[in-house]
Design a protein around this ligand. Structure first.
Ligand SMILES: [Zn+2]
Length: 467
């Protein structure tokens, strides 16, 4: 939502939430397991045996398999799902805790926390330069760094004085000078035709997609002009780069639609979504990443000054330094109209529309993708995606639809819209073994995704360690 973070040149990576386990030469055989394939025609396969060999799902059978030497995993009463995809993330960022703004960002921890939570791929919705995001993505690919596959836009485009600039300035203003100087630019300002040179330069660096900010935050602050939005979309599409637009209101959705963008980051959250716009999103095959939970968090984050009300998985994926800060609130006065406005608006409007707006998307048949916007506003990178799924269900999706929004649908979008050659997101013979084994049945109770028994990252069973 606020897409704000403080990427310092230093940072600690002294955590081991996950580790790769020794190679199992003969693979893993999961027996008697219910398989959530994430395929529309046959989402659940009951009482199957699944054999994982090397990096792949080698066999799936409803007859018993016998694989000599394979490590047997009992699947009774359990469900095997594709590893999850979080379509809205800020991996370079740290959480913003208003009374402790000097906490360092936690990039390495974020990455491990995602794998710990069975997130095998993520879309970074505004990070650092394309070059540094690419380096990170390649380090993950090569195995030098443990983390989910990373798709990135680098820095997003915004207008002078537009979101997220006021938020960044506000946070900067509260930091001591020696920290302020390490905060790099996190967005590229585009205000007129001359600025298109900056757009071209950015696109030439080869981001996976383009991100544009189009939201008056705080209310009444500047927004990018529609013709500039259109020009950026046109230039991106000329290079086959898809475009996602951060929006807040119906009028922003209208601009996004008219620009020809590929989707919107966040649902309308400041007012009731106009169903006619939802129908237009369907006609144009545009995607929506509603990020319900991050808006819901506005209600609790400032009031409950500890982290005990988070889910167990969130508590496990909260960076230790942040846990400490959450449990030691310092007197903090909301003296800033920006923060105060957020919380006021939440109580008055957002809380009433965020869930119903999901229902409108669903009823009109809009393509919905699960995404968190973590670690914004107290979300735990990793654990909070599971809570987002529950919020999508609260908004009217069936548990199966919520699971699809975090598995096969984002995988299809990565293939068809992002032009990526990927083979995760479904359970099928020959596909990459990126898997999540849980106790229970998340197609009946969505919160069962949190009962994690095992996570496979490209065939490798991860050792998950509690911090
Ligand atoms: Zn964001």
């Amino acid at each position: 939502m606020i897409a704000i973070f403080i990427p310092f040149i230093f940072g600690c990576s002294c955590h081991d939430l996950v580790q790769t386990s020794p190679d199992m030469k003969n693979g893993f055989l999961i027996r008697h397991v219910n398989v959530f394939t994430a395929q529309a025609d046959r989402p659940v396969l009951k009482d199957a045996d699944v054999y994982i060999q090397g990096r792949k799902i080698a066999r799936i059978s409803t007859k018993r398999l016998n694989i000599p030497g394979a490590e047997i995993i009992d699947g009774k009463g359990r469900m095997l799902l594709p590893g999850l995809i979080d379509f809205h993330n800020h991996v370079m960022a740290g959480m913003i805790i208003p009374w402790d703004l000097e906490l360092l960002p936690t990039m390495r921890f974020n990455l491990e926390a995602m794998l710990y939570s069975a997130i095998v791929a993520t879309v970074d919705m505004n990070g650092e330069s394309v070059a540094s995001m690419r380096k990170l993505s390649r380090d993950i690919e090569s195995g030098a760094i443990l983390g989910p596959r990373l798709f990135y836009c680098g820095m997003g485009f915004t207008a002078k004085g537009a979101h997220p600039i006021p938020m960044v300035e506000m946070v900067k203003g509260k930091l001591p000078w020696y920290m302020r100087m390490f905060i790099p630019d996190i967005v590229i300002e585009v205000n007129n035709e001359e600025d298109m040179a900056k757009v071209d330069k950015h696109l030439a660096a080869g981001p996976d997609f383009t991100k544009i900010f189009l939201d008056d935050l705080p209310d009444g602050s500047p927004k990018m002009k529609p013709e500039i939005v259109q020009a950026i979309v046109k230039r991106s599409h000329e290079k086959s780069i898809p475009v996602l637009i951060h929006i807040g209101r119906n009028e922003d959705v209208k601009v996004a639609i008219e620009s020809g963008a590929d989707g919107i980051a966040h649902d309308v959250y400041k007012e009731r979504l106009d169903p006619e716009l939802a129908r237009e999103l369907v006609r144009r095959k545009m995607i929506v990443i509603p990020t319900v939970y991050v808006f819901d968090k506005l209600n609790t984050f400032m009031n409950e000054k500890n982290y005990t009300h988070y889910s167990r998985l969130e508590r496990e994926t909260f960076p230790p330094s942040y846990k400490k800060a959450m449990n030691n609130p310092k007197p903090y006065i909301i003296d800033d109209e920006l923060w105060a406005g957020y919380f006021r608006n939440y109580r008055q409007t957002y809380s009433r529309v965020i869930h119903p707006n999901v229902k409108i998307l669903k009823d009109e048949g809009v393509t919905i993708l699960a995404g968190t916007d973590s670690p914004n506003l107290g979300l735990a990178t990793g654990g909070s995606l599971h809570v987002e799924l529950a919020h999508l269900v609260e908004g009217g999706l069936t548990p199966t639809e919520a699971l699809i929004s975090a598995t096969s649908t984002p995988a299809r979008i990565l293939r068809e819209v992002f032009h990526k050659n990927i083979d995760f997101g479904v359970i099928e013979e020959g596909k990459s073994a990126d898997l999540l084994l849980v106790d229970g049945d998340p197609t009946k109770n969505i919160r069962d995704t949190e009962n994690i028994i095992a996570v496979f990252d490209k065939g490798n069973r991860l050792e998950r360690r509690l911090q």
